[in-house]
Design a protein around this ligand. Structure first.
Ligand code: URA
Length: 276
């Protein structure tokens, strides 16, 4: 860009600031400005570009973006995901995009790994055996599946070649890196009060930890974009390991999430999966 030439983003900021200087409490934002603000949602680092000097207390474009409803933001992100070049360019993920499910206004967000055979077929996260286990955990918390927001770090089923059949594999570090911006943007749109990472792959993506085990990450709070995060074992781990101690470990992580959400916890719930 030539020195002194303003970007469209800078012009948008200036025009919003001008409206503020005129005393306008609200900004009327046309479709092209909305597109710029949507870009902002997806790539907040670009938003950190120096803003031009403002003639009055600047109207933060963020507040105009915040005026978009969460449903509108998610619809936009779903559309972006359908054509998400970083994932498509890898050539290692299958074609069908499986976005997310649940309540966009949920206070609790769950993040899993990637769709498997059943999720790809039905176009919804956690609808196979792991999903049934997850529904049981949610029911024990007193929550219906539709009351939470459920997403995955990777929105495509990782490919395994022509003989794949019903087999699934976890996404690689490269695949996680190609997809993680989408789920980070979902978090910024939803602003849940608490996130639970279901398994180490989700933790790797959201917390940027490379080789940490779930055992070393669980039992404490982490942070993702200002939202408290708990890490627990993936529901499919509970399908393989039905021991009381594995179930109790997941349950303690869920109890911590319930407390963070201010949900009532009964004495009976507190003692679930403790040896009698
Ligand atoms: N496992 C996951 O991590 N996500 C799904 O959607 C299904 C199974």
């Amino acid at each position: 860009m030539l020195a002194g030439m303003k970007t469209i983003r800078q012009l948008t900021v200036e025009s919003l600031a001008h409206m503020a200087a005129q005393g306008s409490p609200r900004a009327v934002v046309d479709e092209s400005a909305r597109a710029i603000l949507r870009e902002w949602m997806l790539h907040p680092r670009k938003a950190a570009e120096p803003a031009p000097p403002a003639p009055a207390p600047p109207v933060q474009p963020k507040s105009a973006a915040a005026e978009m409803g969460v449903e509108e933001k998610l619809a936009y992100l779903r559309e972006r995901a359908l054509h998400w070049k970083p994932a498509l360019a890898l050539g290692t993920l299958r074609e069908k995009m499986v976005f997310a499910t649940g309540d966009p206004h949920a206070r609790l967000m769950l993040v899993g790994e990637a769709p498997g055979y059943d999720e790809e077929r039905l176009g919804e996260p956690f609808v196979g055996r792991a999903g049934q286990k997850l529904n049981q955990v949610l029911a024990a918390m007193g929550l219906e599946r539709g009351a939470v927001y459920i997403s995955n770090i990777c929105k495509w089923r990782p490919a395994m070649g022509p003989q794949q059949g019903m087999a699934n594999r976890p996404p690689t570090a490269e695949e996680i890196a190609a997809c993680v911006q989408l789920v980070l943007a979902e978090i910024r749109a939803i602003r849940p009060q608490c996130i639970v990472c279901l398994g180490g792959t989700a933790a790797k993506g959201l917390l940027g930890v490379e080789n940490a085990s779930v055992g070393s990450l669980r039992g404490k709070w982490h942070d993702c974009q200002g939202v408290p995060v708990r890490v627990t074992y993936h529901p499919s781990y509970l399908l393989r390991n039905e021991s009381l101690s594995a179930r109790r470990a997941v349950w303690e992580d869920m109890l911590a999430a319930m407390e963070a959400l201010g949900m009532p916890v009964s004495e009976k719930q507190r003692r679930y999966f403790l040896p009698s």
